[in-house]
Write a protein that binds this ligand. Structure first.
Ligand code: DND
Ligand code: ATP
Ligand code: MG
Length: 260
């Protein structure tokens, strides 16, 4: 992959999608991680700093303090309009008003937080006639490693065809700070969560596996080449399969044959 050429293609994509939708602006959730930092940079190149709104949506006591600093630095470095909104009170209000909710279930509450963030991004998209720029990369999209209608609920996915390892490469040539590039990728939905712990492998290994499998290589050979047991490779492929529903529109019950 020629990363420079890919970058030009993505910048052009963002500009054209906004033009096509008749809007000048975009809103990006800036977490302090590398995916959103890269998308914010690319959106500024495409639309101009004055047309990008960055929202940092931390949850007090869960979001690492360095993420708040990093997100703020991204926005200030780019000179974009920026707001920080603590979602802690909103999460608590949801839990307090949902009978049977379980404040100790980090998985369910993590997905709720991702969907709260999505609804805030859309609030500001509606308010200012902007598109919500997603930050999903090809690795996450293939694995379904995102919350359906949470961080997956967006208007466009500029870096959706870049593997995570390519995201790092593009971030380096785009001016994303080294501190952000060097951090362990994390959804930060609960304390000490990291992507690589949850997925069970490094992104280097995962991308290597996905690239070889998509190229049609045989599973046994891929497992050997990537140094993982075949059972682990099966688990990753199982993720790809079982999350297929996230990559499609909801199925519609077909009534065509009974309509007169
Ligand atoms: N076959 C099927 N057809 C249609 N819909 C189906 C379905 N199977 C499940 N579903 C629906 O999907 C739901 C499960 O999907 P979902 O709610 O997304 O939840 P799920 O995929 O179980 O969890 C999200 C995963 O993404 C990770 N994540 C989330 C957010 C951000 C990041 C990050 O990297 O920043 C990572 C998170 O840590 C967790 O591992 C089910 O409750 C059900 O409603
Ligand atoms: N605290 C937050 N404030 C604003 N947006 C957030 C926050 N947490 C998550 N998001 C949104 O959800 C997206 C998905 O998170 P994800 O962790 O995959 O990406 P990232 O944080 O940008 O990069 P990394 O994978 O390196 O942590 C983010 O890119 C961002 O758009
Ligand atoms: Mg993150």
């Amino acid at each position: 992959m020629d990363i420079l050429q890919a970058k030009e293609r993505i910048v052009d994509f963002i500009r054209k999608k906004c033009e096509g939708a008749g809007v000048t602006g975009s809103v990006v959730g800036i977490s302090g991680g590398v995916d959103s930092a890269l998308v914010a940079h690319l959106a500024v190149e495409a639309l101009g700093a004055e047309n990008v709104l960055g929202l940092h949506l931390p949850e007090l006591n869960v979001t690492p303090p360095e993420d708040v600093l990093d997100a703020t630095e991204v926005a200030h470095g780019l000179g974009i309009e920026f707001r920080t909104i603590d979602i802690g009170g909103i999460v608590q209000t949801y839990l307090a008003n949902m009978p049977g909710s379980d404040p100790s279930n980090k998985y369910v509450n993590g997905n709720l937080k991702a969907r709260i963030r999505m609804s805030i991004l859309y609030y500001y998209a509606n308010l200012g006639s902007r598109l919500v720029a997603g930050t999903g990369n090809k690795t996450e999209i293939l694995l379904g490693y995102y919350t359906k209608y949470g961080d997956g609920g967006v208007d466009l996915e500029p870096i959706g065809d870049l593997y995570k390892t390519e995201v790092f490469q593009m971030a380096e040539i785009t001016g994303v700070s080294g501190g952000i590039i060097d951090k362990s990728p994390s959804a930060a939905l609960w304390e000490d969560q990291t992507d690589e712990n949850e997925l069970g492998h490094s992104y280097d290994t995962i991308d290597n596996i996905l690239i070889k499998m998509l190229a049609g290589e045989e599973a046994g050979a891929v497992a050997l080449e990537c140094g993982v047991p075949e059972s682990e490779l099966d688990k990753l492929l199982q993720r790809v399969d079982s999350n297929m529903h996230k990559r499609m529109l909801p199925p519609v019950a077909d009534l065509a044959d009974i309509r007169s």
